[in-house]
Design a protein. Structure first.
Length: 424
């Protein structure tokens, strides 16, 4: 579904007076408005193909209706989100859920929606129909060489699909680990995994990156073979310059200092990708910014500071992606909320007075340092983000327009009330 351009213009016109008032007030309060607007317009967040349907838990799943039934419809849904917010210009696919039958057609279709293909994701956490060997006891870590080989070949197949679509990165998240003490020899599991990743690494085209994603626990509950950023960094360092660590906000033990982790990974030139979500207890996959917005701000503050210190391009030098699940919300509404939260937080991080902060740190002026951060965090930048969005051709209020246009009702009429997104 596409929204007619004139409908976006009408919507923007209706709210423009209030938007202008807020924007003019804010413009008087902050510096570098034109530069920040350009940075916001450039910034794009990838949407994963699996976030377009209702998720669910191990207890149940309650589909919302009108979910995309194939890859084409997934691209349409992300195209719609991008049309509304102009900040979701990338799609991240999951193999085998999204194997394109006609890659040239899929590539052209994505381009029509202004989308490029972000990192490709492999899957060795499930057994697929017709698969020879089971991943019940792991994939790359497995004691059986044939099973490791099957997992390696799957990842290389994912790279091949990515090449056809113009992607340039592979994200590997392994559910490998153990559920009970004694089940696994940790060193053997690490070595097997490293050797598998090395074979996959060797299959990467020159300009590609591989992201090694870590996760503390689940589905294995005693040990995870890529369990934290230290383990991921070990693999990335041993693999070589095309290998990076990927940080997923939900993949840490409670109260982990994620902002410190990203600062150090950036310092080492080994932060490659980022998965946004939010959580209260574990890997809850909740809407970005819905539980701990200040933590998100502190993370973005380190991202901006660390990328600037290395002269990195905020938009292109890291893979930015949402990785979340929607159990009770309309997935598209949830994604609009998530991207909005990311843009707001990015804008706030751009407001931090870095010179003053550094001076306060040098003087051990703890109070001033805190004030500088909170000054930025407490600034209402919504009109700034909206101004960037409107300038880029998007909607003043994407969520309000989505509802006014009755998008979900339209999708249910088109696709049916009982559809289930492929892969979930
Ligand atoms: Mn993730």
């Amino acid at each position: 579904m596409r929204i007619e351009k004139y409908r976006i213009e009408e919507h923007n016109q209706a709210g423009m007076a209030a938007q202008q008032r807020a924007f003019e007030y804010l413009s008087g309060e902050i510096k570098n408005v034109p530069e920040i607007l350009q940075q916001l317009i450039a910034f794009q967040v990838g949407i994963p193909s699996w976030a377009l349907g209702t998720g669910g838990t191990r207890f149940g799943r309650f589909p919302g209706g009108g979910e995309p039934r194939n890859l084409e419809e997934k691209i349409e849904d992300i195209g719609l989100i991008h049309q509304l917010n102009q900040s979701s210009g990338a799609i991240s696919l999951h193999i085998p859920w999204d194997i394109p039958s006609n890659p040239a057609h899929i590539k052209a279709m994505a381009a029509q929606h202004g989308l490029r293909f972000d990192a490709m994701n492999s899957n060795t956490f499930q057994d697929q129909p017709g698969q020879k060997w089971s991943y019940k006891f792991g994939s790359l870590q497995h004691v059986n060489k044939d099973i490791r080989k099957q997992a390696i070949e799957h990842n290389i197949e994912v790279i091949r699909h990515g090449i056809e679509l113009g992607s340039d990165a592979l994200t590997v998240w392994l559910s490998d680990g153990s559920c009970f003490p004694g089940q696994l020899n940790f060193r053997h599991a690490f070595q097997n995994t490293l050797e598998g990743l090395q074979e996959i690494y060797a299959a990467l085209p020159d300009h590609w990156k591989i992201f090694v994603e870590y996760k503390a626990a689940e589905p294995n509950f005693y040990s995870t073979t890529v369990g934290d950023w230290g383990q991921s960094l070990l693999y990335a360092n041993k693999l070589g310059p095309k290998a990076y660590t990927l940080v997923d906000l939900g993949h840490h033990l409670p109260n982990a200092n994620i902002e410190q982790i990203v600062a150090l990974l950036l310092m080492e030139g080994k932060l490659g990708g980022f998965h946004f979500n939010d959580s209260k207890y574990g890997d809850d996959d909740l809407t970005v910014g819905s539980i701990k917005p200040y933590q998100l701000f502190l993370i973005f503050n380190e991202l901006v500071e660390g990328m600037d210190a290395r002269g990195m391009n905020h938009t292109t030098d890291l893979g930015w992606m949402i990785d979340a699940s929607h159990n009770v919300k309309d997935p598209l509404e949830d994604l609009l909320q998530s991207v909005e939260a990311i843009m707001i937080t990015y804008a706030q991080a751009l407001l931090v007075d870095r010179k003053k902060l550094l001076a306060a740190q040098q003087n051990n002026d703890v109070v001033t340092a805190q004030e500088i951060l909170q000054q930025a965090f407490r600034t209402d930048v919504r009109s700034l983000v909206a101004a960037a969005r409107i300038q880029a051709g998007g909607a003043l209020n994407p969520l309000a327009l989505y509802r006014a246009e009755k998008v979900r009702e339209h999708l249910i009429r088109e696709r049916g009330a009982k559809t289930m997104a492929t892969g979930l």
